[in-house]
Structure formats: structure tokens, C-alpha cells
Design a protein around this ligand. Structure first.
Ligand code: SF4
Length: 327
């Protein structure tokens, strides 16, 4: 069997340039090497119960960004998690072999307990089990992750091992397809995130992009235009590396000799970002004008995903020993 990649994308709506650099451009590239299944994971979004009234809108916005960036639905499967209900059933079955203690020790769960103490729900605890179900429902054997996400994948592998020990060799242990995507900071030097308001959306206009970049923090010791700068501590310089690496040596030279001011340097970065996203924004505008086409892609993706999901789930239920459902 050809290696099969699975990745879930949270249904957060419009994706920002950090999402693009950190994940989406890699999802696009993986299509050249693997059979790929990409899921917009709307069920996962319910664990926080915020903005659920925007969930449908956000799902479509997320899909538009993925398609505009280059996900090819004629080759890859792009679908919405809740459109394949088999995942919820598999989640339940996997939960039977997953010890509570293991889930309660997950650092992201502990973090959620701290950040939303009034809503510590089962969905949060079971999050890794649903993530595992997402992957193994398609017998995907490759999961694109960064180094920092390896512990999550190890949890999925442990659940798979436990299931296989109980019920036979049903699932492959998913392996990491390691990405070396840069960790992208926002314009205030915190992690780039929509909730911090320090990101630029992929679909932003050139003017919005330029305005956001103008507000970026640079080298704090470079107070006057004539002061030489320290590119190694400047996030604008790091972003140049992501959007125009060929220009970085020149910018380094100009910055350290005060040959360029931060205003011009930021202007060049905004130009590079706008150049990178110009074709993506054009494709996105076409999709936004025809949302029914996006819905068709997602419906087709769900149909193809369910063909695999039904077959795998039937095998799992048989292995578990559940009685066959009446015809
Ligand atoms: Fe950063 Fe560019 Fe200013 Fe140097 S010139 S400190 S790299 S913004």
C-alpha cells in the first residue's frame, strides 16, 4: 500500500501566514509524495465551546484557504471531520483501551484545565483519543508533525499498540513525517496567533499586510536610524528568511552597517509576503465568489473518506467482537 498521510486542521477560519509556513505549505508539498487525507476537524473545536455559532462559517473559510494554497481535491481527500461520523464510533472503541491516567497527564490537557477551569469537559480529556481515531480510521501511516508535537503522536502510537494487543494487528502504528517548518513569531514577538492579534491572514489585502508589518517589533537597541542593527534578534529578519531567503544576506549586511532603516526593511518584507500570497489570494477570491464549489469539494471528500472509514470500522467492530448489525 502507498504511504498514506493524515493531517487534521483546526476549523479556526481564516488561516494566517504562520499557519501557512508552519503547516499548510507542507501539506501542499506532501501531495507530490503521498496519498493525502486532510480533515478540517470541527469536532475538536467544540471542546472549547467558544464561537460555535461561527463554526460553519469557519469551516468553509478554512477550506478556502487550503484549496487556494494548493490542496488538490482531485488527488487528495479534503473533508470535514463531522461529515464522517464513523470517527466518533471509533473514538469510543479506542477509549476502551486508553487508561484515564495517561490522558490526565497530557500537558495540553493540564494547560486547558488552567485556562478554562469552568469547562473541564470530557472532550478535552478524550481529545488525544479522537485524534488517534482521526488517523487510524484511514489506516494512515504518516502524520506530518514538528518536533514539538512528537509526544502527541507517541500517545496515538501507544493507543494503537494497546488496541492491537487486545484485538489483533488491526492498525499500523502511525509514524511522524517530520517537518522542519520554522517556528513563526507574530509581529509582537509572541507566538503568531489570531487570538493575540499579531498575525496577518493569508487572505489579507496588500495594504492590511503592509500595515501589520509596519507595527512589527524590531531590534529594541536600534533606536536611531544610524544605529547598526542586530538582525539575529529581529523577527522581521527571521520572516525575511521565510519569505525571501535570497535577500537575507543583503539585509544582514545593510542592517548591521545601518545601510537600511527598519521602515524600509519592513516595507521589503511586506512586499515579499504580498508577492508570495498574490496567486493564493487570487485563487481564494475565485473560490469566495463560488462557495458552492467549496461545498462540493467537501461533500466529495466526505464521500471518499467514508468509503475507507466504513470498511475500516467494520473490520474493527468485528475484531472487537461486536455482533454484526442486522441487515
Ligand atoms: Fe530588523 Fe530590518 Fe530593522 Fe535590521 S533593519 S533591525 S533586520 S527590521
Amino acid at each position: 500500500m502507498q504511504d498514506r498521510v493524515f493531517a487534521g486542521i483546526r476549523a479556526t477560519g481564516r488561516q494566517h501566514i504562520g499557519n501557512y509556513l508552519g503547516a499548510i505549505q507542507n501539506f501542499v508539498a506532501l501531495q507530490d509524495r503521498f496519498e493525502c487525507i486532510y480533515s478540517i476537524v470541527d469536532l475538536h473545536s467544540l471542546t472549547t465551546l467558544t464561537d460555535t455559532d461561527k463554526l460553519r462559517f469557519n469551516v468553509r473559510e478554512t477550506a478556502m484557504d487550503l484549496l487556494a494554497a494548493g490542496i488538490r481535491p482531485e488527488e487528495s481527500i479534503l473533508y470535514v471531520q463531522s461529515h464522517v461520523p464513523e470517527v466518533s464510533e471509533l473514538h469510543l472503541l479506542l477509549s476502551m483501551v486508553t487508561p484515564n491516567g495517561m490522558l490526565l497527564r497530557v500537558p495540553t490537557f493540564k494547560e486547558k484545565v488552567r485556562s478554562q477551569p469552568d469547562n473541564v469537559n470530557y472532550g478535552l480529556v478524550g481529545y488525544p483519543v479522537l485524534q488517534t481515531a482521526d488517523i487510524v480510521l484511514y489506516r494512515a501511516n504518516k502524520v506530518p508533525v514538528g518536533e514539538d508535537q512528537l509526544p502527541h503522536l507517541e500517545l496515538a502510537r501507544e493507543i494503537v499498540r494497546r488496541f492491537n494487543r487486545h484485538f489483533g494487528d488491526i492498525f499500523p502504528e502511525p509514524e511522524a513525517e517530520l517537518t522542519n517548518a520554522p517556528m513563526v513569531l507574530g509581529f509582537d514577538n509572541r507566538k503568531m496567533s489570531k487570538s493575540y492579534g499579531n498575525a496577518v491572514e493569508m487572505a489579507a489585502t496588500p495594504e492590511e499586510t503592509a500595515k501589520a508589518v509596519r507595527g512589527a517589533i524590531t531590534d529594541p537597541q536600534r533606536v536611531r536610524r544610524n544605529d547598526p542593527g542586530r538582525p539575529e534578534v529581529c523577527n522581521v529578519y527571521a520572516l525575511h528568511g521565510a519569505f525571501g531567503p535570497e535577500r537575507q544576506p543583503e539585509i544582514y549586511e545593510q542592517c548591521t552597517t545601518a545601510g537600511i532603516g527598519c521602515v524600509d526593511c519592513k516595507g521589503q518584507l511586506a512586499d515579499s509576503i504580498n508577492e508570495t500570497f498574490a496567486p493564493i489570494r487570487a485563487r481564494r477570491a475565485e473560490l469566495a465568489a463560488h462557495p458552492e464549489q467549496v461545498d462540493e469539494v467537501l461533500a466529495d471528500g466526505a464521500m471518499r473518506a467514508r468509503v475507507i472509514a466504513r470498511e475500516v470500522l467494520a473490520e474493527v467492530k468485528d475484531a472487537v467482537g461486536l455482533p454484526p448489525a442486522p441487515a
